[in-house]
Design a protein around this ligand. Structure first.
Ligand code: DAH
Length: 453
């Protein structure tokens, strides 16, 4: 239920001399309306309409009167009307019901809703008077109404409940007073007060890190031509990171791929290391799956490199692997050229140079004509800063899968063929976005991150 109480029009203009009568009129109107409220389910709403701090009707009046330098006291008949209206109603309902004792709970709710919202000594004093005043306080009203008028057989029970109730309220008021006295409530209230004119709390929405964006861009290109994306563990065994990739224990390539080994309990079955490349996932994928295989593997890799503008002990790669019964070198170059043109633009030229990786044969190094100077080596009348005048940019290593690798995964080297590649993402991102220090990827300075929303 909602009360239809309204402030008199021009309430704010009422002079302090007319305040008392204005409150009195509101009090009377409240008394009338509350008297018509019958159902107990409405209580809570009623009490909150009346007394919830800030929103409650009574406290609004209270603060307006105080703002006019007025005082709000129990001595004021209008105020008494106001505060007693709900009590009167509960007492009446109790009497009519034939057993008033169950209405103690309503009284208790009412008192609590009022007392809880008293924030300073002056308002608390009202609460105390409402409870204790001889003439019109609740304590004596219960006595006069319920106790004296109760049928004799109910009287002992009501008396018992009454005593308990008095004890409860006394204690409750005491507690509230100590809170108010300590000032705790007032400052908490001031702190929690909501200033609706303040701009809201703005939670900035983040964006993907540039490395993630480049991953996604590359994944999209390969997914569009039938590759799927798989991921693998960053902690690897030497078997997957080296041996199964045809890099035996004393192979010199291991020098370039020195990494971090985990400290393991004595007797551990195998050493564990942070993977130096995403290539181990070639092995893990082929172990699980028969040809045809077409996967790319984005991920983080580690090496024991000292940090500088182009080195970091953690960086990112995307591995690619395609194996089937009839994959040729042409499929290989066609796929890679397609990717590069998608990534850098249709006009770039590509070239291969022979290279060496233990797990590919033949191995190549893949270059792209410098997309920034149009493959001329010059830009703005000087040497191109991206390719350093070379006109070509070294992009990544790749090759046809070495048949020896198939031996480790139980593929028949006579029947299958395929290609693999390993793209360094950080370098690619630096090239494409003109970043000259790899460290910025890991420092996560928002001034950097914000440039790539
Ligand atoms: N794993 C190599 C590295 O990190 C890169 C690489 C080269 C991967 C050739 C390949 C490949 O799959 O075929 O240096």
């Amino acid at each position: 239920m909602h009360l239809d109480l309204k402030f008199p029009e021009h309430w704010d203009d009422i002079g302090s001399g007319q305040l008392q009568s204005a409150i009195a009129r509101l009090g009377e109107s409240l008394e009338q309306q509350v008297g018509q409220v019958a159902a107990t389910e409405d209580e809570e709403e009623l009490f909150s309409d009346l007394f919830d701090r800030e929103y409650g009707f009574f406290w609004t009046i209270y603060s307006k009167v105080r703002a006019k330098n007025g005082r709000v006291t129990w001595a004021d008949g209008g105020v008494r009307h106001f505060l007693r209206a709900p009590v009167q109603r509960i007492l009446t309902l109790g009497l009519l019901s034939g057993d008033p004792s169950k209405y103690f709970i309503s009284l208790r709710r009412y008192l609590e809703s009022f007392v809880n919202n008293t924030m300073d000594v002056e308002s608390f004093t009202l609460a105390r008077a409402l409870w204790e005043s001889r003439a019109e306080g609740i304590k004596s009203a219960i006595g006069d109404s319920w106790l004296k008028k109760a049928p004799p057989e109910l009287r002992p029970e009501i008396g018992r409940q009454y005593n308990e109730f008095v004890k409860f309220v006394d204690k409750y008021l005491k507690l509230r007073f100590s809170v108010i006295e300590s000032g705790a409530e007032q400052s908490a209230f001031a702190r929690d007060r909501i200033d609706l004119s303040l701009p809201g709390v703005h939670r900035p929405i983040g964006s993907h890190h540039l490395i993630r964006q480049v991953f996604q861009e590359i994944e999209d290109i390969f997914v569009s031509i039938g590759f799927s994306v798989v991921e693998g563990p960053e902690i690897e065994t030497p078997y997957y990171n080296f041996e199964a990739l045809n890099i035996p224990e004393f192979h010199p390539v291991r020098d370039d791929m020195d990494t971090f080994y985990l400290e393991l309990p004595k007797g551990a079955k195998t050493p564990l290391l942070l993977r130096t490349h995403t290539s181990p996932m070639q092995i893990r994928t082929m172990e699980k799956q028969k040809p045809p295989v077409r996967v790319i593997v984005p991920g983080k890799v580690y090496r024991r490199d000292n940090p500088d503008a182009t080195h970091s002990f953690a960086f990112h790669q995307i591995e690619g692997l395609a194996v089937d019964t009839d994959i040729t070198f042409c499929d290989f170059t066609g796929t890679i050229e397609y990717f590069v043109r998608q990534f850098f633009g249709a006009s770039v030229k590509t070239r291969f140079r022979p290279s060496y990786f233990p797990f590919t044969e033949p191995s190549i190094e893949f270059d792209v004509s410098c997309p920034f100077c149009g493959g001329t080596g010059n830009s703005n009348g000087g040497t191109c800063s991206k390719c350093k005048g070379a006109a070509w940019i070294e992009l990544f290593g790749a090759g046809m899968v070495d048949p020896a690798v198939y031996g480790f995964v139980n593929y028949d080297a006579k029947k299958v063929s395929g290609f693999a590649f390993g793209i360094g993402i950080d370098r690619l991102a630096m090239l494409k976005y003109g970043i000259d220090d790899i460290q910025v990827f890991f420092q996560n300075d928002v001034r950097f991150l914000r440039q790539f929303p």
